[in-house]
Design a protein around this ligand. Structure first.
Ligand SMILES: Cc1cc2nc3c(=O)[nH]c(=O)nc-3n(C[C@H](O)[C@H](O)[C@H](O)COP(=O)(O)OP(=O)(O)OC[C@H]3O[C@@H](n4cnc5c(N)ncnc54)[C@H](O)[C@@H]3O)c2cc1C
Length: 432
């Protein structure tokens, strides 16, 4: 830790923060992976900006009254102050360097910002294996590559964990006789990768990249060169493209039950979809919602039999089959009307509700790699059985890959195969 960072408790808040000219405050906790992810960014920025801005850390667990007074409800949370007034954004969760820099620059004048920007030192890092994406596929690849003593780095544009970390529970991953909470499963995978020696670059921006040159630039500062690259960037929820969806995304339309179900205590929620994820997440949402209506395009659910039985036995859940949404409308503060169409008759009608969750499948996260890989008819990356792609030394693993089943077990299998294959190739090259 640099001497530019000051640790204080609430008794010194007025003097060190409110009475100072320019301050950034980090409310942190222990045993908090996002706090760890922020740590190195906060430290390196304190060496750049520390002459102009005071860098302060407050341990949230021991300063709860102050945190509550400031509306700080999670760790880490960054607050920015100018002459005793809160300014800029409140940043929390997986905080990006670019967002901190933007807020720090907002505290300074243009000339000083230019001077600081010109003082930024670029860094070069050479590793054996770089893994883009820290979901189950990427973390498993990391465990195997690092345990084989290859210098391994996982780069993630968010916090590592992938979809598992936001699934409320997982009941089909071997090794757990009772369903395991998704965030605990991803936490164990992350901890195992870290213990194996994997280096992490969490919540970063990939600002430049060449798969041919095996070069990735992070946050415009660190250039990582690798001998092998494993791309495991997974997939994201598919949007339906229905009228109103884009406008109300995050304002009554959600794609993540773990994140948003809590806002629907005692309310009526509509779920679009009928596969495993839709039904698993519907069961979770009914912990909060009073009523839940599943709208599904087919005549029966696509979810597995066990989930179907649990959903059918749940008194809060009702089903409307062979219907599709045509429009989401908002009359009050949230989405409160879904126009649905009967696929047999073409007749439309409206359903009133307090919010909508959409679980209509996924699409591969390939934005960074446009035109680089050979894709199948559904847009997923074609690999051979060893996860090799058409680009030499570049592998693809997990949900991003063209395959029949996308599950945690299949993602970890892909990660295993990619890492072992990459490792053997590295060893052969070293021995040659
Ligand atoms: C709601 C839901 C519930 C599910 N429940 C289950 C279940 O109960 N059991 C089961 O087996 N499967 C379940 N699945 C499927 C399972 O989660 C996926 O098959 C699995 O997570 C795929 O792992 P992955 O590593 O390929 O991708 P992901 O889990 O999607 O991880 C990809 C990672 O890559 C990162 N990333 C994205 N873009 C970039 C980039 N450009 N650069 C760097 N990093 C990037 C992301 O931040 C993320 O951390 C569920 C999926 C969903 C959506």
């Amino acid at each position: 830790m640099t001497d530019r960072i000051m640790y204080i408790d609430e008794s010194r808040f007025k003097h060190e923060v409110l009475d100072a000219e320019r301050v950034v405050v980090d409310f942190y906790s222990t045993e908090c992976p996002p706090c760890e992810a922020l740590g190195s960014k906060f430290e390196s920025l304190s060496t750049l900006y520390g002459g102009d801005v005071k860098f302060v850390k407050i341990f949230r667990q021991e300063n709860r009254a102050l945190a509550e007074k400031l509306d700080v409800t999670s760790s880490p949370t960054l607050l920015f102050y100018r002459n005793g007034e809160r300014t800029g954004d409140t940043l929390s969760g997986g905080i990006r360097r670019a967002d901190i820099v933007r807020n720090l620059n907002g505290l300074l004048n243009e000339r000083r910002v230019t001077e600081i920007e010109s003082a930024v030192k670029k860094v070069n890092t050479d590793v054996d294996v770089v893994i883009m994406g820290g979901g189950p596929a990427g973390l498993t690849a990391g465990i195997y590559a690092a345990q084989a003593l290859h210098r391994t780095m996982v780069i993630d544009t968010r916090l590592p964990g992938g979809w598992v970390s936001t699934s409320h529970q997982v009941s089909n991953y071997p090794g757990f006789s009772e369903p395991v909470q998704g965030f605990m499963l991803s936490h164990h995978m992350f901890a195992q990768a870290k213990a194996a020696g994997v280096e992490f670059r969490p919540a970063v921006d990939v600002t430049d990249m060449s798969l041919e040159e095996k070069r990735i630039v992070i946050d415009g500062i660190e250039t990582v060169r690798a001998k092998k690259i494993i791309v495991a960037t997974g997939s994201s929820p598919k949007q339906l493209g229905v009228k109103g969806e884009r406008d109300y995304k995050g304002k009554g339309i959600s794609y993540c039950a773990t994140c948003d179900a809590k806002y629907y205590e005692g309310k009526h929620v509509v779920v679009i979809g009928g596969g495993n994820s839709a039904i698993e997440e519907s069961l979770f949402i009914t912990r909060f919602a009073e009523k839940l209506t599943v709208i599904h395009q087919f005549a029966e659910l696509q979810a597995n039999r066990m989930l179907q039985e649990r959903a059918e036995a749940n008194k809060k859940i009702s089903f409307i089959f062979e219907h599709e949404p045509r429009e989401f409308k908002r009359n009050g503060t949230g989405v409160d009307e879904v126009v649905i169409e009967d696929l047999r008759t073409g007749k439309r009608r409206s359903i009133s509700c307090d919010g909508v969750f959409i679980f209509a499948g996924m699409r591969p996260n390939l934005d960074l790699f446009e035109g680089m890989f050979e894709l199948d008819e559904f847009g997923y990356v074609v690999t051979d059985d060893h996860m090799r792609t058409s680009i030499p030394d570049v592998f693809v693993a997990g949900d991003l890959r063209s395959k029949s089943f996308r599950q945690i077990t299949t993602a970890v299998a892909d990660g295993t195969i990619a890492a072992i294959t990459a490792g053997r190739e590295l060893e052969r090259t070293a021995a040659a």
